[in-house]
Design a protein around this ligand. Structure first.
Ligand SMILES: Nc1ncnc2c1ncn2[C@@H]1O[C@H](COP(=O)(O)OP(=O)(O)OP(=O)(O)O)[C@@H](O)[C@H]1O
Ligand SMILES: [Mg+2]
Length: 209
């Protein structure tokens, strides 16, 4: 593919993706590696503008509209940030990527999963992470963590307001996706304190970074 390493962090709300990705980026930077820490939706100016539309409770787009916003943002993200960074040999860490669309739009929001996978393929030009970590946590705990965080920063986003069954479906869908592609995915037990989880993260990336 190219010189760099591409790792995505996936999983439900409040499972600790953003916390752990920041810890990993900091560690690799201290080691002198070139690190790009990015997120979806987002990662580029266009992507961040799309993110604010997608997360704005003032809008209530139907599933297909939301999917196209995500895929447009993803294409820009891959072409203008991720691919060039990999070509230059960087470690690219993505806080959510295409698997989130397969799970949220394809499995849980009820769009045709095969269509979602095809759009992912078009948007990414077939680029896949070398490894995808699934942060696996009891959704009751994840939502409680996310609500605690949002109380600190003011306001919830749309996903925090979903019923618990929605979060259970998300968890099952990620585990199921991982089972279908075991070479790429690793399941991280996201329970316990941040340092314990970080040890597990490092163990699952040992061969790559
Ligand atoms: N291991 C942990 N134990 C307890 N709290 C944690 C742990 N890891 C992260 N947190 C806290 O839980 C909240 C959610 O964590 P974080 O934002 O990293 O999750 P996330 O997976 O990125 O969530 P989202 O999907 O909403 O972006 C934050 O307030 C964070 O400080
Ligand atoms: Mg996050």
């Amino acid at each position: 593919m190219s010189g760099g390493v591409f790792i995505s962090f996936e999983g439900g709300e409040g499972s600790g993706k953003s916390t752990q990705i920041r810890k990993l980026a900091a560690l690799l930077s201290r080691q002198g590696r070139e690190v790009i820490l990015t997120r979806e939706p987002g990662g580029t100016p266009l992507g961040e503008a799309a993110r604010s539309i997608i997360l704005d409770p003032a809008f209530d787009p139907d599933g297909l509209t939301e999917l196209f916003l995500l895929e447009a943002s993803r294409h820009d993200h891959v072409e203008s940030l991720i691919r060039p960074a990999l070509d230059s040999g960087a470690v690219v860490l993505a806080d959510r990527f295409a698997d989130s669309s397969t799970v949220y739009q394809g499995r849980v929001r009820g769009l045709d999963e095969n269509m979602v996978r095809q759009l992912n393929h078009w948007a990414t030009g077939g680029l896949k992470p070398h490894r995808t970590l699934i942060f696996d946590l009891d959704p009751e705990e994840g939502v409680a963590r996310a609500l605690g965080r949002n109380a600190d920063s003011g306001g919830n986003d749309r996903l925090d307001e979903e019923p618990m069954e929605f979060h259970r479906m998300i968890r099952r869908a990620f585990l199921d996706l991982a089972a279908g592609e075991p070479e790429r995915f690793r399941i991280v037990d996201a329970s316990g304190d941040e340092d314990r989880v970080f040890e597990r993260v490092l163990a699952m990336l040992e061969d790559l970074i």
